[in-house]
Write a protein that binds this ligand. Structure first.
Ligand code: 475
Length: 780
């Protein structure tokens, strides 16, 4: 019998705060609805017997759970009706903080995988850290990024259940801490499967030293507590870089060890003390190298607690673990100082040494020359090389888009590919259509429902049947109505959050992602400035120009000065353009603050153009590119990451591709590249680059703009000038952008391109990705 969520919610509210639905505050309502829903999911939240996958990740960027869970439970409509009946705004939960327990792509991918695994019935549990503070909140002051702490549990965390009985002990050198799991149900669409996201919280054994307190040593009385809690205090805000900090290594070991202890305990309970068949019970996926310390930790547990021989333990680890690489940025390849590693993890370090010795013997047996060994060694030049350990001790290494995997095999990890070609495989990323279409864009979902039914919710390839609709004028008209409505909704949201009135009738051109030099937000800004000059000076015809909103959203790592300089630059550009009445009917530049998952759910469905302009060969895959495609935006991008596969699926004629390809970039890196030659030959390029230093804009006297200018024209000790080839691609980019603008004026033809993107987005479902992992890597 289907129980009534309205009655349950009413009961929880009455018991917890003696209020009715109409009387409750948003947070009370949120807690009551969530509790009621959790109750309804309880029966399905059972562990099925058989092999399970543990997805180990330092980040799970789940965002706001309440709407997504209700959708998957089939209860969203009911709850919306309940709110309506009580006179409560259906968007009342937009006040609830996102759970921003991740930085960007890698963390959001993990969240999409959870949704897909539960929906497709793959027995997969996520394991990570329950950070007290997630990714920082961002605001702008005078155009500069400022950060504040993200206290995401402020309104409570009704979706998690503390499992005191499953707590384990994690031992660092002299410090022992408790790891207490908080379980969140991962509810598959239709609720046939409910998996678990288990996040560990660090706690002391003794919260408070009574004797020290009595001796008036107040700080000392809580010192143990602080030291333990510090471990799960805060998410490191670096994306694509590695800070190499002691506390980060502690975080990594904390959740890796706790998760493995959890599996070892369950295995022992089910199968007894013989661990030779551990890999038949668990597959463990390492989401980048962040949880790689799990490998020597498992060896330690198997040898010391299960009495296994080292060689046999290595075989079990090999069969159990698999590794995903998410970036080839050299600064992100994790290395730990050997002394630091040994100091923090004295019990684990011996197993790293043994692995390193085994690797060296293996290389010798395989005839690898002595001189080559240092390219492979786990312990080398005073460091512990985590990716090397991850490849050597696992059975699978995968990249996240076809080009990325080819680059791993051909260059970045070529020596490993030569050694173990059979271990390398590609798993092109995907996104969940439940969150990124059904939930974020119910208007488009309704249109699809009428055109092709609802099968796409669990089988996205069915969107292919939409293809003929691209030639149907009535359908295109409805599609354009949806876009208009999504822009209107976005404009209302932006007005509320930024105090800016967005032109909802303009072409919407969007770049939202972490701020990084390789993603080239600065190239985007230069091109906007070039367009501005072109319009003002008549090089671009005003009459022919489709008015455009250029929208940015991006957080810079707090220590990444150049990235922060680029934010300031774009905000200066916005001030110039938006403050010039002469172009106000044609251009608007908006940089939204605190871009996050919930903001993405508003922005992406409204976009016409998806900016994916990384230097070819640098963006491993990208995943927002897929979300834009699914919502019917065209891609303006380079042939990088998954853009290649997007253009292949939709047809290049339905995207706007420009710029140097990865092979050309590689050649330029080899043979030499001179951005100053471009600047000398191309006055338009020169002019926009000079805006960094000629007084057009002000960096408030920080020197940020001069430093950016130098990075382009002179380079720095660690890189050549214009390391990311902005000048190589500048004119081609401006041309491609103008082509989009020209095509947009034929509204129907443009809408047809958009619809062809939707129709061909099928392979970019994370359902497809997760089923490939299950078949090829996990064997479940
Ligand atoms: C890629 N994050 C995207 C996405 O595969 C790709 C690194 C170090 C420390 C903390 N976080 C990181 C990443 O490396 C990351 O997010 N990588 C991204 O992974 C999913 O689509 O191209 O840049």
């Amino acid at each position: 019998m289907k129980r009534d969520i309205q009655i349950l919610t009413g009961q929880v509210l009455a018991a917890d705060c003696r209020k009715t639905i109409a009387q409750a505050t948003p947070r009370e309502l949120y807690n009551a609805v969530s509790k009621a829903a959790l109750d309804l999911a309880a029966d399905a939240w059972k562990r099925a017997p058989g092999k399970r996958v543990a997805y180990l990740s330092a980040e799970f960027l789940v965002g706001r759970l309440v709407y997504a869970n209700l959708l998957n439970m089939g209860r969203l409509g009911e709850v919306q009706q309940m709110l309506l009946d009580a006179g409560v705004d259906a968007n009342v939960f937009e006040e609830i903080e996102d759970a921003a327990l991740g930085n960007g792509g890698l963390g959001r991918l993990a969240a999409c995988f959870l949704d897909s695994a539960a929906t497709q019935g793959v027995p997969l549990d996520g394991y990570g850290i329950r950070y007290q503070y997630g990714l920082f909140r961002q605001y702008f002051e005078d155009g500069f990024q400022k950060e504040t702490a993200d206290d995401w549990q402020r309104f409570g965390d009704p979706w998690s259940v503390r499992r005191e009985e499953d707590a384990v002990t994690v031992q660092f050198g002299g410090q022992a801490v408790r790891a207490v799991p908080y379980d969140t149900p991962v509810i598959g669409y239709g609720m046939k499967t409910v998996n678990t996201l288990r996040l560990w919280q660090a706690e002391p054994f003794q919260a408070f030293d009574f004797n020290l307190f009595n001796a008036q040593k107040y700080a000392a009385a809580v010192r143990e507590r602080d030291a333990a809690e510090d471990i799960s205090r805060v998410l490191y805000p670096n994306d694509d870089t590695d800070a190499g900090k002691r506390l980060r290594l502690k975080q990594q070991y904390f959740f890796s060890s706790a998760s493995l202890q959890d599996m070892v305990r369950a295995y022992r309970a089910a199968h007894g003390g013989d661990f030779t068949h551990f890999a038949d019970a668990y597959a463990v996926q390492l989401n980048d190298t962040h949880p790689t310390v799990a490998i020597p930790e498992l060896l330690r547990l198997l040898v010391e607690e299960a009495g296994m021989r080292f060689a046999d333990a290595v075989q079990v680890a090999h069969d159990t673990f698999a590794y995903t690489n998410h970036t080839i940025m050299p600064e992100a390849l994790e290395k730990w100082d050997q002394k630091l590693f040994r100091g923090v993890l004295p019990r684990v370090y011996p197993y790293v040494k043994k692995l390193d010795a085994l690797l060296r013997r293996t290389l010798e047996q395989r005839g690898v020359p002595m001189g080559e060994v240092s390219r492979y060694a786990i312990l080398e030049d005073g460091m512990v090389h985590m990716a090397r350990m991850a490849i050597f001790a696992t059975h699978s290494t995968n990249g996240v888009a076809r080009l990325h995997t080819e680059i791993l095999k051909d260059t970045a990890l070529h020596e490993w590919y030569e050694l173990y070609p059979e271990r390398f495989n590609n798993k092109t990323n995907g996104v969940t259509q439940r969150r990124w279409l059904a939930l974020a864009n119910p208007e488009l979902a309704a249109l699809l429902h009428d055109a092709v039914g609802d099968g796409w919710l669990t089988d996205l390839s069915q969107l292919k049947r939409l293809e003929p609709c691209a030639d149907d004028p009535a359908f295109l008209a409805r599609f354009m109505d949806v876009k208009r409505e999504k822009k209107r909704q976005l404009a209302a949201y932006v007005e509320k959050h930024e105090g800016v009135r967005l032109h909802a009738d303009f072409l919407l051109d969007v770049q939202v992602k972490r701020l990084h030099e390789y993603k080239r937000q600065l190239l985007n800004a230069f091109s906007i400035l070039d367009t501005y000059y072109g319009l003002k000076e008549g090089r671009i015809s005003r009459a022919d120009f489709a008015p455009t909103v250029y929208l940015f959203g991006a957080k810079a790592a707090p220590g990444y000065v150049r990235a922060k300089g680029i934010i300031k630059y774009i905000n200066e550009l916005a001030e110039l353009v938006n403050g010039d009445a002469d172009v106000n009917g044609l251009m608007q530049v908006v940089f939204v603050q605190n871009y996050n998952v919930s903001y993405a759910e508003k922005i992406i469905p409204a976009a016409d153009v998806s900016e994916q302009i990384s230097t070819a060969g640098t963006e491993a895959s990208g995943t927002s590119n897929m979300k834009f495609m699914l919502n019917g935006a065209v891609t303006l991008g380079t042939l990088d990451g998954a853009n290649i596969e997007i253009a292949e699926q939709a047809g290049a004629e339905n995207e706007y591709i420009f710029g140097a390809r990865a092979d050309e970039i590689a050649r330029l890196q080899e043979d030499g590249y001179d951005p100053n030659a471009v600047l000398a030959a191309e006055p338009r390029a020169k002019r926009v680059v000079e805006s960094l230093v000629d007084g057009t804009f002000s960096d408030g006297g920080t020197g940020m703009f001069r430093e950016l200018y130098a990075s382009l024209t002179e380079g720095a000790s660690w890189h050549k000038p214009d390391h990311y080839f902005l000048m190589r691609d500048f004119i081609e980019y401006c041309d491609a952008r103008l082509a989009v603008n020209r095509d947009y004026r034929d509204a129907r033809a443009f809408a047809a391109k958009c619809v062809r993107n939707v129709a061909n987005a099928g392979v970019f479902s994370s359902d497809r990705t997760i089923l490939e992992y299950a078949r090829d890597i996990w064997h479940v």
